[in-house]
Design a protein around this ligand. Structure first.
Ligand SMILES: Cc1cc2nc3c(=O)[nH]c(=O)nc-3n(C[C@H](O)[C@H](O)[C@H](O)COP(=O)(O)OP(=O)(O)OC[C@H]3O[C@@H](n4cnc5c(N)ncnc54)[C@H](O)[C@@H]3O)c2cc1C
Ligand code: SF4
Length: 511
């Protein structure tokens, strides 16, 4: 009887993954493995490894309950001898003698190259299927991008709205506007309260994974416990429903706000569930749109949420595949500074960074504005080496996979691709962080001071960045106002900016 070996990777935990679509429960084998190389090629946050392994083990149990034969290789299996996907697959082919291997294309270019090698090296047919969990395939995106002078998310997003029909009414955008971003910039307000999130007690399967991670990866970055994230399809669905019912309504307005010791606010916290496949992007958007149609959430929130998913998420994936290999090497601003040690400890006197990095250590999560306008902004202004910054972002977040992390870091946060899709760098002084957060009040530095050792470092680093990158940005229309202000500054002021920045960089480890 023809037997297919169906190989499911750790971020392919969707029940309708292309790999399984025509599976025969009576003959085919599903292969899943926890692979040492993948857990350690960068030293991922402990919570990230625990989340992925726990979700994989539960997914394998679900498949078994549904009648599949699953060959699951645990990392702590005493007979486990696999360190790479290739080795795991080769051994499984020897064990089961399948007629063909079926896989779905992976999220990383590096792994796709591995899969192509399998087609050459293994003595069996290897079929690589398109990952249609994304709404735009890689070819769709490439066709859209071809011949365009500039790649703008907003243009792509409108196409995706038309294509999917989300928030469309008679061919026009609901509310007569495509984008409600200008309603989504409220600073944190006094008296905001955040609804309690659903929690799960750790079951035996997850506990075994937590023990494994503590024993094998105890020296990796971040806190392993408490561990309270969904790891099954059922929990993920409950978490999504909870978000739509309790947080979506306020998500829009406070999307950019930051508050001390409030890691999640009204954010969905769904990215890791989406990225491993426990949730489908379309179902998230369907539920959000239904809430708006039922009058349970305002349009600015729902449009903002849907834009992040069918717009940004799909767009950055397209950018990644379009520019690989080589995208990760981009360094248009020739930034070379080493990452300060406190990126790993969070021990800095800059409260905004202490909060964002501290929460990242605890939760393997920080929300978008913390990633972009606090950590990313600092990395940009300080000229941190893009390769090191990418590796840091890939390690520390539970939702980080190269296809989504790399464009967000290289293109959005660091402008290292020279503006492939961003029209100007996301650079700002302390004023932005002060407006959008309550951080500055409790900081050792003063956001109102422009110069001297007590001044907020973002204030002089911002102008220093403009001075140092004048050649590249002075002609950028969107930066003309800032260069106009810089040009009106007295020479003494510019000298002070340079001197403060030089002093800061000299003692960056104590900042
Ligand atoms: C420097 C930097 C690095 C990032 N690295 C990652 C990463 O490794 N993995 C990752 O999933 N996201 C990454 N993002 C995007 C974004 O910050 C996270 O998706 C978001 O913070 C996840 O939290 P949430 O689920 O609460 O999102 P919400 O704010 O509730 O947004 C809803 C969903 O929209 C999607 N989304 C929103 N913005 C983006 C975006 N820019 N790119 C892709 N998807 C988006 C996510 O799936 C998210 O779950 C990064 C952003 C920056 C600026
Ligand atoms: S004063 Fe500056 S360093 Fe301190 S929290 Fe505010 S923005 Fe951050």
């Amino acid at each position: 009887m023809a037997r297919a070996l169906r190989f499911i990777l750790g971020d392919q935990l969707s029940r309708d993954i292309a790999t399984l679509r025509d599976a025969d429960r009576d003959g085919d084998i599903v292969l899943m493995c926890e692979v040492d190389d993948e857990a350690t090629y960068v030293r991922h946050h402990k919570k990230k490894i625990a989340f992925i392994f726990a979700a994989m083990r539960h997914y394998a149990d679900d498949l078994r309950n549904d009648g599949f034969e699953v060959d699951y290789r645990q990392l702590d299996d005493p007979d486990h001898r696999v360190s790479s996907f290739t080795q795991a697959l080769r051994q499984a082919v020897e064990r089961h003698g399948p007629d063909r291997v079926v896989v779905t294309e992976p999220g990383e270019w590096r792994v796709l190259q591995m899969m192509k090698d399998w087609q050459r090296e293994l003595d069996v047919d290897v079929e690589i299927r398109t990952d249609d969990r994304f709404i735009a395939t890689r070819d769709d995106f490439a066709a859209w991008a071809k011949g365009r002078k500039s790649l703008r998310m907003e243009t792509f997003y409108r196409r995706m709205r038309r294509r999917t029909g989300f928030l469309m009414e008679g061919g026009e955008p609901a509310g007569s506007r495509w984008n409600f971003d200008r309603d989504n910039r409220a600073p944190p307000a006094d008296g905001l309260s955040f609804p309690d999130r659903p929690h799960w007690s750790v079951d035996e399967t997850t506990q075994q994974v937590l023990d494994l991670v503590a024993a094998r990866f105890g020296d990796h970055f971040g806190d392993l416990e408490p561990f309270a994230y969904p790891v099954t399809r059922r929990q993920a669905t409950r978490y999504l429903n909870w978000f739509v019912t309790h947080a979506l309504a306020d998500f829009g307005a406070y999307q950019d706000a930051m508050m001390s010791d409030e890691a999640l606010m009204y954010h969905s916290h769904l990215s890791a569930l989406l990225n491993v496949g426990l949730l489908d992007p379309r179902e998230c958007c369907d539920k959000a749109e239904a809430a708006w149609r039922a009058g349970a959430a305002p349009l600015n929130s729902v449009e903002g949420f849907i834009r992040q998913i069918i717009g940004w998420r799909e767009f950055v994936r397209g950018i990644y595949w379009l520019n690989m290999p080589g995208y990760g090497e981009a360094n248009a601003l020739a930034a070379t500074r080493e990452l300060p040690q406190w990126f790993w400890t969070g021990q800095t006197h800059m409260k905004c960074l202490r909060q964002a990095i501290g929460q990242t250590r605890q939760n393997a999560y920080a929300h978008h504005i913390q990633r972009l306008m606090v950590i990313g902004n600092f990395a940009l202004l300080a000229g941190l080496d893009p390769r090191q910054v990418q590796e840091w972002f890939l390690i520390v977040y539970h939702d980080a996979y190269e296809w989504v992390e790399m464009p967000n870091v290289v293109g959005m946060a660091l402008f290292a691709d020279g503006g492939l899709f961003a029209t100007k760098p996301y650079a700002s002084s302390g004023a932005y962080i002060d407006r959008m957060s309550d951080y500055c009040g409790g900081c050792r530095y003063s956001v109102n001071r422009k110069a001297g050792p007590k001044a907020c470092p973002f204030n002089y680093l911002y102008w220093n960045f403009l001075i140092e990158n004048r050649q590249r940005f002075a002609g950028n229309r969107r930066m003309a106002m800032m260069y106009g202000t810089l040009d009106r500054m007295k020479d003494e002021r510019k000298d002070a900016i340079r001197a403060d920045s030089a002093r800061f960089f000299k003692r960056i480890e104590e900042a």
